[in-house]
Design a protein around this ligand. Sequence first.
Ligand SMILES: Cc1cc2nc3c(=O)[nH]c(=O)nc-3n(C[C@H](O)[C@H](O)[C@H](O)COP(=O)(O)OP(=O)(O)OC[C@H]3O[C@@H](n4cnc5c(N)ncnc54)[C@H](O)[C@@H]3O)c2cc1C
Length: 521
Amino acid sequence: MQFDLCVIGGGATGAGSALDAQLRGLRTLLVDAGDFASGTSSASTKLVHGGVRYLEQAVKTFDLAEYRMVQGALHERASMLRNAPHLAHVAEFLVPVYSWFQATYFQIGLKIYDLLAGKKNLFPSKILSREETLKRLPGLKGAGLYGAVAYADGQFDDARYAMALVRSFQEAGGKALNYCRVESFVRAGGKSISGVQLHDAIGRNKWTIQTKIVVNATGPFSDKIRQLASPNASPRLRPSKGAHLLFPEELFPGEDALLVPETEDKRVIFAVPWQGRLLVGTTEAEATPETKMAVSRDEAEYMLRQLNPYLSQPLRVEQSVSGFAGLRPLVAAGDNKHSTKELIRDHEVEVDEQSGLISILGGKWTTHRLMAEDTVNAVQRALGQAVTESQTKRHPLDGAAGYVPQLPDAMVKQYGLAIETAKHLASKFGANATRVLELIRGDADMRLPVVDGFAQTIEDVLARRLGLQLYDWRASILAAPVVGELLCREFGWSETEKSEQVARYVEKIRGFLRGLGLSEA
Ligand SMILES: Cc1cc2nc3c(=O)[nH]c(=O)nc-3n(C[C@H](O)[C@H](O)[C@H](O)COP(=O)(O)OP(=O)(O)OC[C@H]3O[C@@H](n4cnc5c(N)ncnc54)[C@H](O)[C@@H]3O)c2cc1C
């Protein structure tokens, strides 16, 4: 089959680019070497934001490019929230302050943040009294507290958002394949790329696909694909690793998020309520695409060292229920003198003149739509077409059409579900939640993988479709045989294959627990 475009990488950037291209009428194929969103796109802090730290950095260094990046991201924030209201919502962040001076300093900074968002601002930042702050975050240490500055940003379910992009792309007529790695390129007349050679890890087949253009959206792996196209291409990426830990939410109750405004390495750390847990993160350390993506004991202790001075009851690593780590696909600043935390989270579209490969480098989850728009503009130019308008600014994603915040209550009435179950389903599937329930009504036994498509392994289901792996590592070990059984029936695995899959998954999670020095009990 001949495609106009093949997008390599099914994370935020690739799935977003594939959707944009397909909606502009380009016949598009999206491939990922693993599961969709199995890379950085399911390992973010899950904030839809401009980035208050980047704004502070921009102001302090008079960096116009960084300032514009924050502004662009704040505008994108509005699109992301609007296009999938079941997966992204407004959250309030509290920055604790200890003097009038500190309160004024952060208030001015956050007013600039409000101004940059312009009409797209969610609601204005404000100073909270000490009493109000402690009422909203009762676990905060009260000694010396002046109050807090509260501001609004977005929060989202990153893995499910990526799935919604992929499913919307499919609905628009695109073809999506996971577990298909691009291993090499086909060259027309030895010059520009005219196709890709794929290795399908599930069927163990190799295929060649003809395509007019290839987009490299492989995030932290972008240099590998760039060098596959042009072996002499010099590296552009400076990946950095970031880790997170999750705790039971009752250890730091409240509906608002806490921002620790300055860490020992001059960054910020968040403690955010997230799907019944407290999500703490993140770290920043130079890394390579080969770096192991597991949270180390040192990283866990670093995060708690930053957070605990603000809490009345310090958290301990032993209380954590899970964690995750990812690689930021940062673009190098040229001189390599900057540390990764100083690098701008901006993006760049690179067109390789010789091979024709279009690489979309850098960026953030929040700006994935804008990155996709810029990429597809470059694709249309490369195809010799007029650049047409992107359709994604107002394109409700899979599950968004017909979704209303009252959906869980309606599901409780109609299906007799517990409200917690209804809320969980609505937050994962949006308006499709009722379709899930109809399927279960038909055959309660084995609908999990069928409903969600794409899922091939136990981790695909537990980490990125249901989120149980983030909720509780130990619970996901217990759930593994059940999911293994469902997938076994779906794919016709033998008993040996099923046992191997369960053992592999359980060993991976045990490795995560061991990495933090935690027991399985
Ligand atoms: C710790 C951390 C916290 C973050 N927090 C936030 C946040 O709160 N908000 C925000 O906006 N951004 C955040 N980000 C940034 C954001 O997560 C990333 O910018 C974004 O997810 C990158 O997506 P991507 O699609 O470019 O890369 P990825 O998600 O890594 O996707 C690349 C994909 O390419 C595939 N691939 C690689 N090689 C091949 C091949 N040969 N063939 C086929 N497929 C291949 C991989 O399997 C992978 O799925 C954070 C990043 C990190 C690391």
